[in-house]
Design a binder for this molecule. Structure first.
Ligand code: GDP
Ligand code: MG
Length: 137
């Protein structure tokens, strides 16, 4: 079941020089391919669409501010069960709860600055891919 997912390496990951490390973990999974990749500073409108389910929550404003604090790497990754797979590589939202060996478990401590975003379902992937790559086949 080949899928596509939308992945962000968040501004903390880029600032800390972890692009290569994170990309390596994704690329080394058999059969997964990077289909698009761009360094991009995200704007408020894009983030409001992307995080629409979180608008109004207490963490929303600081999250959007953080996400605008520097460039992110925006990627499309495709391959076998890649939606579930990148979520598993990332680990749970709270890095302290994330197991060592996962990206958030190995590199994170702060819930907001948890290094990576990955679509959480086929529906989310379809929605998010359209937001970040509206012209992508
Ligand atoms: P994800 O799908 O694992 O990225 O998590 P969510 O969709 O629940 O939240 C989106 C992003 O908002 C997370 O990755 C965090 O950066 C941030 N976030 C989520 N929950 C909290 C929270 O309780 N506190 C803070 N400060 N940030 C949060
Ligand atoms: Mg989410």
């Amino acid at each position: 079941m080949s899928q596509r997912t939308l992945v962000l390496f968040k501004p903390d990951a880029v600032r800390r020089g972890l692009i290569g490390e994170l990309l390596g973990r994704i690329e080394s999974k058999a059969g997964w391919t990077v289909a698009a990749l761009e360094l991009r500073t995200l704007g408020e409108e894009t983030l409001e669409q992307h995080y629409s389910e979180h608008v109004g929550k207490p963490f929303y404003e600081p999250l959007v501010e953080f996400m605008q604090s520097g460039p992110s790497v925006v990627l499309v990754v495709e391959g076998e069960r890649v939606i579930e797979g990148v979520r598993a590589l990332a680990g749970p939202t709270d890095p302290i709860a994330a197991a060592p060996g996962s990206i958030r478990g190995d590199f994170g401590t702060i819930v907001r600055e948890n290094l990576i975003h990955a679509s959480d379902s086929e529906e989310s992937a379809e929605r998010e891919l359209k937001i970040f790559f509206p012209n992508f086949g």
